[in-house]
Design a protein around this ligand. Structure first.
Ligand code: ADP
Ligand code: MG
Length: 281
């Protein structure tokens, strides 16, 4: 039997047939797509080059891409390839079926056990990246996807510097991005340690998963920053003392004394009776 390969005229570089729009950000549009040769489902993130002007930015993007391609972890969305036309950059990514963790937690807060499961997967991915010198810098439930088996996948790891708000100094200025997840030391605008900032955001995420709302929040942006800077937050009554203590160690406003990934891995709440098994790669 002869197999006839039909390549749609409009397929991206003759290889990917674009389908429906999956999501939309400030700098990018993400589409479902199909590899016309293998039938494999992928997600295609399209970035408009006009929005990435400046040469330092282009070299930044290239560096991030070369790192991203080497990341292999079960809780990180895989970057298969990068393509470009005159006006656009295309990231061909692993397709994650279940949607954003944000949508799930919006429907209702998670139990402490489910929060722990997602947090363990998040830390596994974040620790893996940090050990390779990659920092996400825009961790939040909108950038965490869940696959059909209920496993977490960190999305656009390292690409946040591409699609986020980059300023001429090369640092990511999340101030205009996602204020609620920003670490206090970012607010001082003196530069920051990518690892410490990621850990802070993981703490905000853990709080949101179990509480169902943000630890530092205010309709007034300056008032919110003030709360973050002070680092004072209340925990809901259903939180266990162990989780409260753990959150206190993560949401420590001093980056020098804030808990490290290694300390997180040995924390009693995190280990939850020893059910956590370290994955090595
Ligand atoms: P931006 O940097 O503009 O926020 P994202 O990479 O976060 O873009 O993608 C925007 C949205 O598209 C995500 O919040 C998610 O809903 C969807 N999306 C992104 N990547 C994937 C993927 N690999 N699989 C499925 N959906 C995705
Ligand atoms: Mg995003």
């Amino acid at each position: 039997q002869q197999v006839v390969l039909r390549i749609p005229d409009n397929a991206l570089f003759g290889k990917y047939e674009l389908g429906k729009l999956l999501g939309c950000g400030a700098f990018a549009k993400v589409y479902h797509a199909r590899n016309v040769f293998t039938g494999q489902s992928v997600a295609v993130k399209v970035i408009n080059k006009k929005k990435l002007n400046g040469t330092s930015l282009v070299s930044n993007v290239k560096r991030e891409i070369s790192i991203m391609r080497r990341l292999r972890h079960p809780n990180i969305v895989k970057l298969y390839e990068v393509m470009a036309s005159k006006s656009k950059i295309y990231f061909i990514l692993e397709f994650v079926k279940g949607g954003e963790l944000f949508a799930k937690v919006s429907k209702g807060r998670f139990s402490e056990n489910l929060s722990r499961k997602y947090f363990q997967q998040l830390i596994s991915a974040v620790g893996y990246c940090h050990s390779r010198g990659v920092y996400h810098r825009d961790l939040k439930p909108e950038n965490l996807l869940v696959d059909e088996n209920g496993n977490l996948k960190v999305s656009d790891f390292g690409l946040s510097a591409v699609t986020g708000q980059i300023q001429p100094d090369g640092l990511l200025h999340t101030l205009c991005g996602t204020p609620a997840y920003v670490a206090p030391e970012i607010l001082t605008k003196k530069g920051y340690d990518g690892a410490k900032v990621d850990i802070w955001s993981c703490g905000i995420i853990l709080y949101v998963l179990n509480a169902g709302y943000l630890p530092f929040n205010d309709p007034n942006l300056m008032a919110m920053y003030k709360k973050i800077y002070k680092g004072e937050f209340r925990c809901p009554k259903w939180m266990s003392p162990d989780l409260k203590r753990f959150l206190g160690r993560i949401l420590d406003t001093n980056p020098m004394t804030r808990i490290t990934v290694d300390e997180i891995l040995n924390d009693p709440w995190f280990r939850g009776g020893g059910e956590y098994k370290e994955i090595s790669f």
